[in-house]
Design a protein around this ligand. Structure first.
Ligand code: SF4
Ligand code: SF4
Length: 315
């Protein structure tokens, strides 16, 4: 495994980051024991960087995976809080649920531009205080939006940016993959630590995975790439790929995963809550029910939690 320092944070991370969304209730919904086993497998293969979020519901998986593990692991979390008190509650919740004294990186989840970052300034003020106390080591934003990267780059308070980028530009808001790449280069030159998400377009690029990984690993400004994994075979495949080891054909075949899709149960009430949550524009209401456009859906899983009827699944 190769390691890079995340911008000016001093935090040394593996180039492969374990994206913990996939093991949890929004996606594979593995048992805590099984999810922790998959994460632990990645740690034992050299991964030392885990990405999660309050929304993902995976703190207990990570805590279990780290139980008795004696090497340093950097954990990132993120939340939507925009107030001082809201961010305080989110950070305290993460510390307690993860059983840690500090979180390595805490992000404002899904920022769109400099304006939305300014709108979260109270939350940033809490994070700055937490950083001065040592309960948070670095502060940042996650974003699907080119303007989100450019906006964050200009704030000296922001240490880390977690942008969406992939070879086909799937899910990028406000520009193309090239536009996002330019924004990443700008942010990198401003000293930001950058680690990418959705290299496989939320599963839409699985059939081009080698090309997609080759593209993402060729971007020198990226310290790391978060990749969701939910089986030990995927862990072995990805850790081999990111370590520059040969991936045997037999393993490639095993990991030739079934295509996933978003599924909306027929008891959908047509309330439209999920439609507003989807920043990819993949959901709409037709005939009083939510319907998904599979070409636009990145399988991010963000719409599921807003459905009070539990209609939305990724299967
Ligand atoms: S439909 Fe749901 S899973 Fe698909 S992109 Fe939109 S929010 Fe994400
Ligand atoms: S939030 Fe749930 S019930 Fe409401 S439209 Fe979406 S899928 Fe249907």
């Amino acid at each position: 495994m190769q390691y890079r320092v995340l911008g000016n944070t001093g935090i040394k991370v593996s180039r492969l980051c374990f994206g913990a969304l996939t093991v949890g209730p929004l996606q594979s919904n593995l048992s805590i024991t099984e999810g922790a086993r998959v994460i632990r497998k990645a740690l034992e293969a050299g991964v030392n960087f885990i990405d999660t979020a309050e929304l993902y519901g995976t703190y207990s998986y990570i805590r279990e995976a780290l139980r008795g593990y004696d090497r340093d692991v950097a954990v990132v979390s993120k939340c939507y809080a925009h107030t001082y008190q809201g961010m305080r509650e989110s950070v305290e919740k993460a510390l307690k649920a993860l059983g840690r004294d500090y979180i390595d990186v805490f992000l404002l989840h899904e920022q769109e531009s400099m304006l939305t970052i300014k709108g979260h300034w109270e939350a940033i003020e809490y994070l700055l205080e937490a950083k001065s106390r040592g309960t948070v080591r670095a502060i940042g934003v996650s974003t699907h939006n080119v303007e989100g990267v450019l906006g964050a780059a200009d704030f000296p308070e922001i240490d880390v940016i977690h942008p969406l980028i992939n070879v086909a530009g799937v899910g990028i808001q406000g520009g193309t993959a090239d536009d996002m790449l330019q924004a990443i280069r700008y942010a990198f030159s401003a000293g930001k630590g950058i680690y990418a998400m959705k290299a496989l377009g939320g599963g839409n690029l699985l059939n081009r995975s080698e090309e997609a990984f080759e593209y993402i690993m060729s971007i020198p400004e990226l310290a790391s790439v978060a990749v969701g994994m939910s089986t030990v075979d995927e862990v072995e495949y990805n850790t081999r790929l990111f370590s520059g080891s040969r991936v045997p054909q037999s393993l490639k075949s095993v990991v030739a995963r079934q295509p996933r899709r978003l599924y909306i149960e027929n008891w959908c009430l047509g309330c439209g809550e999920c439609v507003g949550k989807c920043s990819s524009g993949a959901l709409s209401l037709t005939g009083g029910k939510a319907v998904v456009d599979g070409a636009l859906c990145t399988l991010c899983g963000y719409c599921g939690p807003v459905c009070r009827e539990f209609c939305i699944k990724i299967i």
